[in-house]
Design a protein around this ligand. Structure first.
Ligand code: ZN
Ligand code: ZN
Length: 203
């Protein structure tokens, strides 16, 4: 039953093109599930064309909107799955993408209402507020930003991924090579030296 309702809501929001009319917020509150394909987001299309990311599941946003006065608060959760390239071993892998976020929308003040419009705009940006106008929230750009932020900056197939050998380039997860590597020894030696100096600052 609840699922059926979600599907109805999803359909309604999809038809509106990720726009939400504030009059739909009955009692000032609305919960909505919005699922869409990555193709709706221009930045994701670019990343997919560059083969940096491949979104392999619909992107679903569970949104909870609350209007108090002119301010609209949106609490959201996004979920999807993406194919990425490991930054250490360069192998493709898939990972779940999840994140919680909160957005605050405020009405765009018209020119006549503004005293110093640039200042108002700066203030809103600094506070992390997003403008809406004509009683309609345009969610496309803010949701796109959330997807980009949810993607790992340095994707790693596994926290224990050994990466490629810097000398011969072999995948150290799959094979061993006989190249000489001493990064850990050097690090510990430097650390020991530092500690030694701290104990005897005068020497
Ligand atoms: Zn890896
Ligand atoms: Zn090697």
């Amino acid at each position: 039953m609840i699922k059926a309702l979600f599907i109805l809501f999803t359909f309604a929001l999809e038809m509106a093109g990720v726009r939400l009319e504030l009059r739909e917020l009955k009692d000032g509150c609305l919960e909505q599930l919005y699922c869409c394909s990555a193709d709706e987001f221009s930045i994701l299309l670019e990343l997919q064309a560059e083969e940096q990311v491949k979104v392999v599941q619909p992107i679903c946003f569970q949104l909870r909107l609350q209007k108090s006065g002119q301010i609209v608060e949106v609490d959201g959760q996004l979920q999807s799955r993406a194919g990425l390239v490991c930054g250490r071993c360069l192998q493709p892998f898939e990972t779940d993408i999840r994140s919680d976020f909160a957005l605050t929308f405020t009405p765009l003040v018209t020119q006549q209402e503004m005293t110093a419009d640039e200042e108002v705009e700066l203030d809103a940006d600094e506070l992390g507020l997003i403008y809406y106008k004509d009683e309609t929230l345009d969610l496309l750009q803010p949701l796109q930003e959330q997807i980009i932020m949810a993607l790992p900056i340095r994707p790693v197939c596994d926290p224990g991924c050994l990466g490629l050998c810097p000398e011969c380039g072999c995948d150290l997860n799959k094979e061993k090579c006989s190249c000489v590597k001493q990064p850990f020894n050097n690090k510990f030696a430097a650390l020991a030296g530092l500690k030694g100096n701290k104990k005897h600052p005068e020497s």
